[in-house]
Design a protein around this ligand. Sequence first.
Ligand SMILES: [Zn+2]
Length: 274
Amino acid sequence: MGTKYHYNLQTFYNEDAISYYLLGAFITDGSVSSTNNRIELTSIDGDWLILINNLICKEKPIAVRYGKYHRICYSSEKIKEWLVGHGCGPKKSLTLDFPKIPDKYLPDFLRGCWDGDGNFHLSRKYYASNESNIHVSASISSGSELFATKISKILSDMNIKNKIYVPKIKPRIIKGAVINSNNKHYNVNVSGFGSICRLIHFMYYTNDIISMPRKRKITNEIVDYWERKFYCKRCGELMIVGIASRGNAQFCDICRPIQKEERRKIKRIENGLL
Ligand SMILES: [Zn+2]
C-alpha cells in the first residue's frame, strides 16, 4: 500500500469556475485509466501543474521525467467518478464529445481546454514595423472530430473566425522505429487579431483566474499589441483607428491632408519647381 493522500474533492464538487477549468484541462490533456482509479496530467509547464496540484492535493509530489516532463498523478475513485460523469472518460481521445457546460462556466472550460491542448503564438520578428509581417495564431488540436467540430461551432457563434484543419498524417520516428499512426488530428485554427482577441477576452475575463502562466503571458502580449493606442505623429491626438489601417496609422484625419501637402511641397522644391 502506498501513502494515502487526502484529495480535496470539493474542488470538483463545487461545480464552479475552477471545477470546469480543471475539467477542460483533464479532458484535453489528461488521462483517465480504464482499469483502475488513476488520473494523470503531464506537461512541460511545471508551474502550471503546481497550480493544479495545489487545488487537488498539495502534499502529493509532482514527478519530473527527463528533467522536462512534469506529471501529476492521482489515485482516487471519487475524482475519477466526477470526471467520467462529466464526459472525461478513459480512451476518450478519438471519440470525445463536447460535454454539457453551464453557459456561465464556458469561458473557464474553454481556457482549461486551451491550456491543455491549445496554443497561442505571436511572432515578434518584425515587431512594430510592417503589420503584415506580424503573425498571430491560435489553435486547439483534438483527435476527436466531434469535439473539434463543436468547439468550432461555439467559436463561430461568438463571431470568432475559425476553420478546422486536418494535417496530413506523417509517419513518426520514435526511438529509431517508424510509427505509422492512422489517428487524424483536427486543428481548430482561429485567424486574425480581431477574432483571437475576442477569444482571449472571453476566456480570460479577469486577471486572477487560474490559467497556465506561459499562455497567459502570450495572450497578454497579443492583446497589448493589438489594442495599443495610436497617437497622431503631427499633433499628438489619440486616434481611433479602424481594423484595416491599424498597421500604418500615423496621422489623424485633420493632419493627414496637411502632411500630404507638406510632402508634395518638399518634392516640388527638390525637383526645382519652386
Ligand atoms: Zn493630428
